[in-house]
Design a protein around this ligand. Structure first.
Ligand SMILES: [Zn+2]
Ligand SMILES: [Zn+2]
Ligand SMILES: [Zn+2]
Length: 338
């Protein structure tokens, strides 16, 4: 599985996001080590994407305190890596402290254990969920209103879903929930690409995530109806996770071709209620890809306005186009727009 991340940059403008001389915009670029047997590429990819997200990096730096879990504190371990990214003279850094904290935190679930490969999208999602717990431990995940919670202030999509029957007019009770990663089946996406050639990426994703998801009419009039998802907030960063039916997919090229560099939230959901979200167009700023049991990441580097490719300790500047993505991976697993 692979993913691409789309984040909204300030002003949504490719050209003006870096102000020369501003230290805040400076995101030094270093690799992360992955010794044989460590299988840390899933974590390294997630960390690189988080570090290169200006909004995340700055917000984390500004947080004054958190509920600390000591040796197994994911928050402290992440801050430690960020500090090293900023100040170390090494070209590649160990991510062991964070790997250990993650393994310790999830040992009961048997996830993210040392030496084992795991899923980068779920790792990313879990790091965000842990950050919420470290900052606002008393707030419910689905109703977190903490101003300092980066997870819910910047990343979460506040949605509700509802089915409305066109035939008899009955509607189901709206079901509210939060989403940190919006998952879409690649098989459904490719079908929609064939059927709706001129649609934009957001509309394609919406069609792909609702097609086939039919429910019974709430008043049981006999109609089968589509679910509607409504976005109620304006997330600064939107993460799309691609779900693949198999590890070897012949859809790879089609998925890469369908990837748009822009994402409008009005296209992604049936309706958007927040005025800012209605107007905003998000730009692709990061992507994690997976192939041959290995994850790598592409991130947009604000300071240089260039794309950078991360394969653990190896870092190189790239043009981000179809051929480049294809040469590094069979399978994009997450896209981030912001
Ligand atoms: Zn801590
Ligand atoms: Zn929160
Ligand atoms: Zn009905």
């Amino acid at each position: 599985m692979a993913w691409a991340k789309f984040f909204r940059r300030p002003g949504g403008n490719l050209g003006r996001s870096y102000q020369p001389g501003s230290m805040l915009s400076l995101a030094p670029t270093k690799g992360l080590l992955n010794e044989p047997g460590q299988n840390s590429c899933f974590l390294n990819s997630a960390v690189q994407v988080l570090w290169h997200l200006d909004i995340f990096r700055r917000s984390l730096r500004q947080l004054p305190n958190h509920y600390c879990l000591g040796d197994s504190c994911i928050f402290c371990a992440l801050k430690g890596i960020f500090c090293q990214f900023q100040h170390s003279r090494e070209r590649a850094l160990p991510s062991d402290n964070l790997r250990n904290a993650l393994a310790e935190t999830f040992k009961d679930e048997q996830r993210f254990q040392l030496g084992f490969m795991d899923d980068a999208a779920e790792c990313f999602e879990n790091i965000l969920e842990r950050i919420h717990l470290h900052i606002a431990p008393d707030a419910e995940t689905d109703a977190c209103a903490s101003k300092s919670c980066i997870t819910h202030q910047k990343f979460a999509m506040a949605l509700y879903e509802q089915s409305v029957c066109r035939s008899c007019g009955a509607s189901s009770d709206p079901l509210p929930f939060n989403e940190l990663v919006h998952y879409v089946s690649t098989t459904a996406l490719c079908q929609q690409v064939l059927e709706r050639r001129d649609e934009r990426f957001g509309e394609l994703l919406q069609a792909a995530s609702t097609v086939g998801d039919l429910r019974n009419c709430p008043s049981n009039c006999g109609q089968r109806i589509k679910i509607r998802r409504v976005l109620m907030n304006s997330p600064e960063i939107v993460t799309i996770g691609f779900v693949w039916d198999s590890e070897q997919s012949d859809l790879t090229e089609d998925v890469i071709r369908s990837l748009g560099p822009h994402l409008n939230l009005s296209g992604l959901f049936y309706r958007v209620t927040d005025e800012r979200a209605k107007k905003s167009e998000l730009l692709l700023v990061g992507m994690i890809c997976y192939s041959s049991r290995h994850y790598c990441a592409f991130t947009y580097h604000t300071k240089s306005s260039k794309w950078v490719f991360f394969d653990d300790a190896n870092v190189k500047e790239v043009r981000l186009d179809f051929h480049v993505i294809k040469s590094f991976s069979n399978i994009p697993s997450i896209c981030r727009f912001g």
